[in-house]
Design a protein around this ligand. Structure first.
Ligand code: HEM
Length: 465
């Protein structure tokens, strides 16, 4: 039953009257265990949106939690009143892996890290990355064999790791890719379990026996990152890769400064490959299920490129490819939810809420809301023509977040997605292996739970046929 609640809360000498939105009054953990088996946070968010609409409130113990499912509320929190919030607790807990990098840091530290990295994502630098992206995709497309069945999700992870390593860190990680992805997979596998544990932040230091695998995986990732930093130091600055910029901003080599460098590198690294890889895997899947869209996608690639490899200048011409990618990130947003934690009391519409409230929003749920995207489960890239985009309210679609913490890699990711899709699809058509189970798994990113087994078919250019 939806109820709107007034609560008088004694706060030191004064009494504050909060006004909470309608919400959930039963014991949430009991509900989740009984009704939402297997436990899946997306089902819980979807249930709250279905039951309570734009804004829902529930409590776990003394802790107030809000779930927002309207672009105006979402905008209010992440853009308009952003300075009243920090990242919420589960993000804080990713510090176990990411340390104090740009995703987890706050305030002045965040601003200075963002300023250093900004130069590497500057519009002027992006074209230089295009050639390297295409080169990596060509390497993969030359390795693929006709009729072969492969886990395309694993291929996309390897491809995007190499892209980030080459473009932003001017490093060749081909020999270390397997080690890195298996360590990250290990941590992702443990992630949902870890973030539920009380005092999880301390686990890395106390090393409980059951989580030794986590500590080992983290060490393996650290070893690769420290090797990369040492190699760059030895070589001296070589002209403005992101790592060069970070090294220049952190000249002393004290352990604290080395640790901070490690945190910044690993943050960009993980944020930069996992998300794009997932976006691409879901795109191949959706294309394979929608032959008409797939045909139009191939037609545009063949017509615009006429058999040559794509380049930076082609990106604006590959409009349908971009629309397909956008629609894929609507249905399967790689960052499927975001959260904030209130530093002070705040007002949201008619509601007045206390400091320490956690605010959750889910791209997955809002992007599938029929009010904003009619017939929401249908894959339809036409939703992303410039006209259709301009008709929609801001933040009905927010795969990259918004405001001061908006994804720093957004233009990089759009260009990378379009170039990698076009280069691979120029030669190959991907078909889902019959019977392969496809299910999204909401970890830190939205992965295909069972990978993405697809069969490769060589294809003839359509426009010339
Ligand atoms: C499809 C690809 C991507 C998606 C969907 C995505 C999504 C997001 C989202 C939603 C946020 C904001 C989180 C929040 O406000 O709580 C974010 C932040 C961030 N992303 Fe991305 N991202 C992608 C690609 C990239 C790439 C390629 C890079 C770097 C190479 C990157 C680096 C970052 C960083 C460093 C932040 C933190 C920014 C800050 O807090 O100032 N991302 N991303």
């Amino acid at each position: 039953m939806a109820t709107s609640a007034r609560n008088d809360v004694r706060d030191g000498s004064r009494t504050t009257q909060y006004r909470f939105p309608p919400g959930f009054r039963t014991n949430l953990i009991w509900f989740a265990l009984r009704k939402l088996r297997p436990a899946n946070p997306i089902l819980l968010f979807q249930h709250l949106a279905d039951q309570y609409g734009d804004i829902a409130h529930y409590k776990i113990g003394w802790h107030h939690i809000l779930f927002l499912n309207h672009p105006d509320y979402i905008r209010e929190v992440i853009v308009v009143q952003n300075d009243k919030f920090i990242k919420e607790r589960t993000v804080q807990r990713t510090k176990m892996l990411l340390g104090e990098g740009m995703i987890t840091s706050e305030g002045a530290q965040h601003r200075s890290q963002r300023q250093v990295a900004q130069a590497a994502f500057h519009r002027q630098r992006i074209p230089a990355y295009a050639g390297m992206m295409v080169e990596e995709a060509v390497r993969l497309r030359d390795r693929w064999r006709s009729s072969e069945q492969r886990d395309i999700a694993a291929d996309m992870m390897h491809l995007t790791i190499n892209v980030v390593a080459q473009t932003l860190f001017a490093t060749d990680l081909r020999d270390e890719v397997d080690e890195l992805t298996s360590a990250v997979n290990r941590i992702m596998g443990l992630y949902n379990f870890i973030i539920m544990l009380p005092g999880a932040e301390l686990l890395v230091h106390v090393r409980p026996p059951g989580l030794a695998a986590l500590v080992r995986a983290r060490k393996r990732i650290d070893a690769v990152v420290y090797r990369m930093i040492a190699a760059h130091r030895q070589r001296g600055s070589q002209g403005g890769s992101l790592l060069d910029l970070m090294l220049a901003a952190s000249p002393d080599q004290s352990p604290a400064s080395e640790k901070s460098l490690r945190d910044q590198v690993i943050t960009i690294f993980l944020a930069g490959y996992e998300t794009v890889a997932n976006a691409l895997s879901w795109t191949w899947y959706l294309l394979s299920q929608n032959p008409e869209c797939e045909r139009r996608f191939h037609l545009e690639i063949d017509r615009e490129l006429e058999g040559r490899l794509p380049a930076y200048e082609d990106v604006p011409r590959l409009r349908y490819v971009e629309m397909v990618l956008a629609e894929s990130m609507r249905l399967y947003p790689p960052a499927w939810a975001m959260g904030r934690y209130a530093l002070s009391d705040f007002q949201l519409g008619d509601f007045f809420l206390p400091a320490k409230t956690t605010v959750l929003m889910s791209q997955f749920v809002t992007h599938r809301d029929a009010r904003f995207f009619p017939d929401p489960l249908r894959f339809d890239p036409e939703r992303f023509t410039p006209e259709a985009r301009s008709r929609r309210t801001k933040l009905t679609y927010f795969p990259f977040g918004a405001g001061a913490r908006q994804c720093i890699g957004e233009s990089f990711a759009w260009m990378e997605g379009v170039l990698l899709l076009a280069t691979l699809a120029q030669r190959w058509k991907l078909k889902l292996v019959p019977g392969h189970r496809v299910e999204p798994e909401p970890l830190i990113t939205l992965r295909p739970k069972y990978g993405m087994r697809m069969q490769l078919e060589l294809r003839e250019p359509l426009a010339q046929a």
